[in-house]
Design a protein around this ligand. Structure first.
Ligand code: FAD
Length: 452
């Protein structure tokens, strides 16, 4: 078999600005794209339902784009360490390239594989593609990781600017004889019986071309007003780049450079900075989804779980308008506006007194943008147990939040119409009293303070 290179696609389902793909093309050998559905390696978190839906469509799009240019995408499932080496053997490949991941379990898989491939005489190389600044390049004066965002972002901005994005390759020479591939449809990533994905289909078009279109549209129409309108869930003023970044359909470098060219966007760029901060935090605290970053929070006396409260929250039936609207937006579309994510998370943790990990798990299953850094990072931020977190005692009042950020009630009217002023029936009763539960949360927090 003539030599070929494998590009192992993971969270980078794109052709443009893909350094691993570029490295393979630079070898002037046939290129085989590979995606491995790994639900077996230790510590790799199985994808949630909404993520599986997105992945299916994004892989279909990537496959079509590779084919248009002469390449192909091979699909296999199992432990990545074993599966990639099998694909190398089947193809007689002499090199494997991938873009780096920063979660603890993922790094372990990748490091072991790199070692094994090299022992077998196969070239293996990895590249930076999903963050603007790699975690080990941003350090405090004392050489440690930043625990506060503002100095972290200042330090990032003092580094050389993120590299310019690489152009999209026009041709991708494929291998003459194909190696065996699973059929995407056989992976069962799409829901059926019931098919709950109607709202996702209506809201989203996964894949690189749609991601690039949406970026252009946002920069043209909304970047100017972003600072002002980004906190209003009814305004539709944010970029909706989060699932595209999650799946790597567009790189942060592309977003960065196009936003700068479009006229700046300091506030928008600093939101990308929060994403960087979350990934860096995960790199230094691989147990972010399960362990309080601030250990004194281990003393928090979570009361015995009331399952009916958790279900009411998940289904958007809490009797609190903004919370219910947000939870239904999430369930129907796989997305929720950031302001409402903060309010619904705060309500779960500080009014229902339910452990943040329960909420994180629900978001993990239902968000199309759920990732191993940003989701737990933000949940810990709201809980007060995380990096540069909102202090625990700052408890959002969901009614005041609604008055401030949804002053005309448009968002609530859309997602939870029973709360409209002109609704025919009285609105549902709250499942808890906001004032009483707030006091109970503050009492419980006293124990954390005593432990610190
Ligand atoms: P924009 O306002 O257009 O922001 C641009 C980009 O900046 C986003 O796409 C995102 O990559 C980044 N960004 C913005 N806000 C944040 C933030 N607070 N933290 C980290 N990055 C940010 N974001 C995820 O990508 N995945 C998650 O799993 C996730 N879980 C969250 C859970 C909770 C409880 C909370 C409060 C927030 C969570 N976020 C998560 C952050 C944020 O809500 C989303 O990134 C944002 O709503 C995405 O919409 P957008 O792309 O239109 O954002």
């Amino acid at each position: 078999m003539p030599p070929s290179s494998i590009v192992w696609f993971r969270d980078d389902l794109r052709l443009a600005d893909n350094p691993a793909l570029r490295a393979a093309l630079d070898r002037d050998e046939p290129v085989i794209g590979l995606y491995v559905l790994d639900e077996e390696s230790d510590g790799i978190r199985p994808l949630g339902g909404a993520s599986r839906w997105w992945l299916h469509h994004s892989l279909a799009s990537l496959d079509a784009r590779l084919r248009e240019r002469g390449g192909s995408l091979v699909l296999r499932r199992g432990r990545a360490g074993r599966v990639v080496r099998e694909a190398v053997a089947d193809a007689g490949a002499t090199a494997v390239f991938w873009n780096r991941r920063y979660g603890g379990a993922e790094r372990e898989v990748d490091a072991d594989l790199k070692g094994a491939l090299r022992v077998e005489g196969v070239e293996a190389a990895s590249f930076a593609a999903s963050v603007l600044f790699e975690p080990w390049t941003v350090k405090t004066g004392a050489g440690t990781h930043f625990s506060v965002f503002t100095p972290f972002w200042r330090a990032c901005l003092a580094l050389p600017a993120p590299r310019a994005p690489l152009p999209e390759p026009r041709e991708i020479p494929g291998a003459r004889s194909a190696i065996a591939s699973d059929r995407l449809a056989d992976w069962g990533l799409l829901p059926h019986d019931p098919d709950w994905a109607g709202g996702l289909r209506e809201r989203w078009e996964p894949g690189e071309p749609a991601a690039r279109r949406r970026l252009r549209e946002f920069l043209r129409d909304d970047l100017d007003g972003y600072d002002r309108a980004r906190d209003e869930p009814a305004a539709g003023a944010t970029s909706l780049m989060s699932p595209r970044l999650r799946w790597g359909e567009v790189s942060p470098h592309t977003i960065w450079h196009e936003a700068v060219e479009a006229g700046g966007g300091g506030r928008f760029l600093s939101e990308l900075g929060w994403r960087e901060f979350a990934w860096h935090t995960l790199f230094h605290a691989p147990d972010l989804a399960t362990k309080n970053l601030r250990p004194e929070f281990d003393a928090f006396p979570w009361p015995h779980l009331r399952p009916s409260h958790l279900t009411s929250w998940q289904q958007g039936r809490t009797g609190i308008a903004l919370v219910d609207a947000g939870m239904r937006e999430l369930w129907q579309t796989g997305y929720m506006h950031n302001r409402v994510r903060m309010v619904t998370a705060s309500f779960l943790i500080k009014n229902l007194l339910i452990d943040w990990r329960r909420g994180e798990q629900w978001f993990w299953d239902t968000l199309v943008d759920a990732d191993v850094a940003n989701n737990p990072f933000n949940w810990q931020w709201v809980a007060g147990s995380g990096a540069d977190a909102a202090p625990y005692f700052r408890i959002f009042n969901p009614e005041l939040q609604a008055q401030k950020f949804d002053p005309r009630g448009e968002y609530i009217a859309h997602w939870a119409p029973e709360y409209r002023d002109d609704a025919s029936a009285a609105p549902p009763e709250p499942i808890v009293d906001l004032g009483e539960t707030r006091r109970a949360a503050l009492d419980a927090y006293e124990q954390v303070k005593r432990a610190s």
